[in-house]
Ligand binder design. Structure first.
Ligand code: ATP
Length: 612
């Protein structure tokens, strides 16, 4: 959790920095706008300050009529000062005219000068240095603005910014304090990685023996299984600096910047060797190279740079690159070649013992009631990752505090598990009687049907209190870690899923949207049975799981049609079986639904009573 906090801190610092830059940028723009407005105002008032103005046509008429005595012009200005013929002070007879085109006016007035006896006075205005600067600035303004915007975007993109967060660098940054003992379970994975720690601790011994230092290690597994934790523990155990960067941080708006970040990251690491580079979510930059068009070009350049850097290590540079991904199938094959990420370690979700160990590790700073049994919680949380288990205990602590318990009790942990799996209980949501009845039959349908399916686990709890997005739920006991699932089990799972819809139809002669998720899951199972697990009698053991839909064409339309037909057949069959089980046990279905309407929740013991 503390790592997440640190990451959040880093993100918020980055956000603040961007916010500050944005504010500075807006202030500069604001100042430029105000200065421009003042300048324009100054120019305008300067040009039009005199009260006695004459329209251009009036001036032309006055010249034609011989009323003008003198015309004064200043180079570079369209303001012309004219003196009318007449008595009195000269300054009282003066007027200002703005001529649209000085050139055209000069040509026109040329003929009149001698004829009307007009005096022409051409002046060279002394240039005001302030005006000259402002004029130059004005002409440069668009360029300045463009450069400012570019710099701003570059800054926000982190050009020249941090290439990787460093732990234990020469800059005095804090070393990673994670050790192997902070990782529960994963014993085989840890023992495989102890060798790397030794490489980092005593590189010379290995190099003298002629051994090659491993370049890259790819850790893959579901999110939250502890990949980052392992990478940090290696650095912590070896006492070497740890430079961490996420694949998404390489993704830049401008072509070439991602590649430059990769280059900088490796330059930094080489200076700190021996050290570890950790690239999280490497699939963000390491996914298969595609055609060199549009935004793909940038990704391809970044990946190419990564490949170049990994090839470019000297044999005596002890920089080990660890990378993590949840989607190894996405990675470009070139990344997995010898000399790059040639060691791949799967980090699985913990098994029963692993879950118990993780729960115990994360329980250390919390208070638990005496009867809390971590083994039993581990049994109820099959498939949970380390991060989810840590979250369960944290949620349990929050729930216990809210319920004013002096210690975390079993019920708090159970509620935390439910909150994480099905969402928060919405006791305040108003549900109509009609919807309640529909939910009661739907959930009772799942529970009753699964009771008659030998491969399905026992019901743990049935509820019609809304949780998360669900109107109700049926929870099953999960006390067995399974590595393989049989065909019968998958078929029966589909029947259990169809139990909800079947109950609605049989008991209420109505069907609802409440079954949408069940249908989605059941269809997914049917599709995978046919296309991934090769479990169909007609199609046989073939895999139709291909990355490119065009590849499917090699199977021909007949096979594709067959897949569609068989998916439909499996789903229909599951639905019919569920309906049959329920119509044979209508009385139990009614009683379970009624009980649910009465008390909203049924425990596993209460449910079993219906079958005695
Ligand atoms: P992601 O793929 O999302 O980056 P990850 O696999 O890198 O996830 P971590 O960030 O290493 O997962 O794990 C998240 C948190 O889960 C850890 O900080 C730790 O609290 C807990 N955790 C995961 N696995 C273990 C474990 N084996 N032992 C102890 N704690 C664990």
């Amino acid at each position: 959790m503390s790592d997440n906090n640190k990451q959040n801190n880093d993100n918020s610092k980055k956000q603040n920095k961007n916010e500050l830059l944005k504010n500075i940028f807006i202030s500069i723009l604001f100042i430029i706008c105000i200065a421009s407005a003042c300048f324009l105002y100054y120019i305008n008032t300067k040009n039009s300050g005199e009260e006695k103005e004459l329209a251009y046509t009036e001036l032309m008429n006055s010249i034609n009529e011989g009323k003008i005595e003198k015309i004064e012009m200043t180079t570079g200005s369209s303001n012309v000062k004219v003196t009318l013929k007449g008595d009195g002070e000269e300054k009282d007879r003066q007027k200002t005219v703005i001529v649209p085109s000085v050139q055209a006016f000069m040509e026109w007035v040329q003929d009149k000068v001698d004829k009307e006896n007009i005096k022409i006075d051409l002046k060279q205005e002394p240039i005001n240095p302030f005006l000259r600067i402002m004029n130059t600035l004005f002409s440069l303004l668009p360029t300045i603005l463009l450069i400012a915007v570019m710099l701003m975007i570059f800054k926000m993109q982190g050009l020249g910014g941090d290439s990787g967060k460093v732990y234990g660098g020469e800059d005095g940054s804090k070393k990673t304090d994670v050790r192997f003992e902070d990782i529960a379970g994963l014993d085989e994975e840890k023992s495989e990685l102890i060798e790397i720690v030794d490489f980092l601790k005593k590189p010379k011994a290995y190099l003298n023996m002629g051994a090659k230092i491993p370049r890259g290690i790819l850790l893959y597994g579901k999110p939250g299984t502890g990949k980052t934790l392992i990478a940090k523990a290696i650095a912590g155990e070896a006492g070497v600096p740890f430079i961490s960067m996420s694949g998404s941080e390489f993704i830049e708006m401008f072509a070439g910047l991602g590649a430059s970040r990769v280059r900088k990251l490796f330059e930094k690491a080489k200076k700190m060797a021996p050290c570890i580079i950790f690239i999280d979510e490497i699939d963000a930059i390491g996914s298969r190279r595609t055609s060199n068009t549009g935004s793909e070009t940038e990704n391809n350049q970044t990946l190419n740079q990564l490949l170049v850097e990994m090839d470019g290590f000297d044999t005596n540079e002890t920089v080990i690159v660890l990378a993590a991904t949840n989607r190894p199938e996405m990675l470009d094959k070139a990344l997995l070649r010898p000399g790059r990420f040639d060691r791949q370690i799967t980090i699985p979700a913990p098994d029963l013992n692993g879950r118990e160990a993780i729960l115990k590790l994360h329980s250390q700073n919390k208070k638990f009631a005496m009867d809390v049994d971590f083994k039993s919680i581990a049994g109820d949380t099959a498939g949970f990752t380390g991060a989810e288990l840590a979250n369960v205990l944290n949620e349990a602590a929050i729930i216990a505090t809210r319920n004013k318990h002096s210690q975390i009790e079993n019920i708090d942990i159970e509620n935390a598990v439910k909150k994480i799996t099905v969402g928060l209980e919405k006791t305040n949501r108003v549900v109509s009687d009609k919807d309640k009845r529909l939910t009661a039959y739907h959930e009772a349908g799942h529970a009753v049907v699964s009771k008659f399916l030998p491969t399905q686990t026992d019901v743990k709890e049935v509820s019609i209190i809304p949780r998360g997005l669900a109107g109700g739920y049926t929870m099953y006991k999960t006390n067995e870690d399974k590595y393989y699932v049989s065909r019968t089990e998958l078929l029966e799972k589909m029947v259990a899923l169809m139990g909800g819809r079947a109950a609605e139809k049989i008991a209420l002669n109505e069907i609802s949207t409440g079954a949408s998720n069940d249908i989605e899951v059941a269809t997914g199972i049917a599709r995978d049975m046919l296309t991934v697990y090769g479990m169909d009698d007609k199609l046989g053991p073939i895999s139709l799981k291909v990355d490119d839909p065009y590849e499917l064409q090699i199977f021909g339309d007949k096979i594709i049609d067959e897949v569609g037909n068989q998916i439909q057949y499996l789903i229909d069959n599951a639905y019919i079986t569920a309906q049959k089980i329920l119509s044979d046990n209508m009385d139990i279905l009614d009683r379970v639904a009624l009980k649910l309407l009465e008390q909203e929740k049924i425990t596993s013991e209460e449910f079993e009573e219906f079958f005695k």
